[in-house]
Design a protein around this ligand. Structure first.
Ligand code: CAA
Length: 285
């Protein structure tokens, strides 16, 4: 029978990490939320507070429930505070060196049966697992942006992930109100493997001045019924994150579909990172 997890940790409080903290706390779990410095922690806390406040304003959440959710989260810059977590979800930037180093540290800090999950969207979960002394307890738990809204979690099992760990994480996903798909370890898993070639192609159309960004987005929203067009979606995902994902997928597949368009790199260098920086393909107030 699946283990009922009650105490969990999240490392990395960017857009995804903060969203994951909210999802876990909303489901009644005690969450230790960690980032590298006070500023990063403050940004993560503000993200969770604003998101839950908006839910109260929209009449989707009682004020008392919001207070209870916020009280279930403990913020810290000390990784060692994860010493009693039963599961840790890592959501730091998409760099293998960074993630592998973090997993090695988590392996030292956490009890041997703690599940170490990564929210990576394209890096190899298997490669990360061998940075620890417990590869069988390492799994992918890939959420989608915005995490409190999107229903899917991709659960990524490697060739050595214990079946019991997969069951525990599937049970957790259900408690979070998510639908899971469980898959093997291949860059992009299901959703990003299908999505990012399309996003890259949309950028190419704009880069070549074949179509305007508004027209590309309108075509996909109004012609194909998607909730947002590809360029607005790139801004939501973050131009830097999109670049990292494409780059990793390209390195694995060598399919030019995934070779990041030069415009993406240029925007990243210029600091046009999408919604989080106030400007990407569009400008945000
Ligand atoms: N955090 C929390 N809640 C949010 C939110 C956020 N950032 N953004 C929107 N919401 C909530 C709103 O509060 C609202 O909730 P209620 O219906 O309960 O009131 C609901 O979502 C709808 O929001 P809006 O009415 O403001 O706007 P919308 O109807 O246009 O929906 C959207 C916004 C949910 C983002 C929608 O446009 C959408 O689904 N877009 C596609 C998103 C997508 O494809 N995400 C996947 C990206 S790929 C990825 O994440 C993988 C990866 O590895 C990069």
């Amino acid at each position: 029978m699946a283990r009922e997890l009650t105490e969990v940790g999240v490392v990395g409080l960017g857009t995804m990490g903060a969203g994951i903290v909210e999802v876990l706390a909303r489901a009644g779990l005690s969450v230790t939320a960690v980032d590298v410095d006070d500023d990063a922690v403050a940004r993560g806390r503000a993200h969770v507070e604003q998101s839950t406040e908006r839910a109260v304003t929209r009449g989707k959440l009682e004020d008392a429930d919001r207070t209870a959710i916020l009280e279930r989260v403990r913020y810290t810059t000390t990784l060692a505070d994860l010493g009693s977590a039963e599961l840790v979800v890592e959501a730091v930037p998409e760099r293998m060196d960074l993630k592998a180093q973090l997993f090695a540290e988590l392996d030292r800090i956490c009890p041997p049966d703690t599940i170490l999950a990564t929210n990576t969207s394209s890096l190899s979960v298997t490669a990360l697992s061998v940075a620890t002394g417990r590869p069988s307890k390492v799994i992918g738990m890939h959420f989608f942006n915005p995490a409190p809204v999107m229903k899917l979690v991709e659960i990524v099992r490697t060739v050595v992930t214990e079946p019991g760990v997969v069951e525990d994480v599937e049970a957790l996903a259900a408690r979070l109100g998510k639908v899971d798909v469980t898959i093997g370890d291949k860059a992009g898993f299901i959703a990003n493997a299908l999505l990012f070639g399309y996003l890259n192609h949309a950028v190419e159309m704009v880069e070549n001045r074949y179509a305007s960004r508004e027209d590309v987005d309108a075509a996909m929203r109004l012609g194909c019924g998607l909730p947002m067009g590809p360029l607005a979606l790139m801004d939501l995902i973050g131009i830097d994150t999109a670049y990292e994902i494409l780059q990793t997928m390209y390195q694995q597949s060598r399919d030019r579909l995934h070779a990041p368009r030069p415009l993406i790199k240029q925007m990243m260098t210029a600091g046009l990172l999408g919604r989080k920086s106030g400007r990407g393909f569009y400008t945000y107030a």
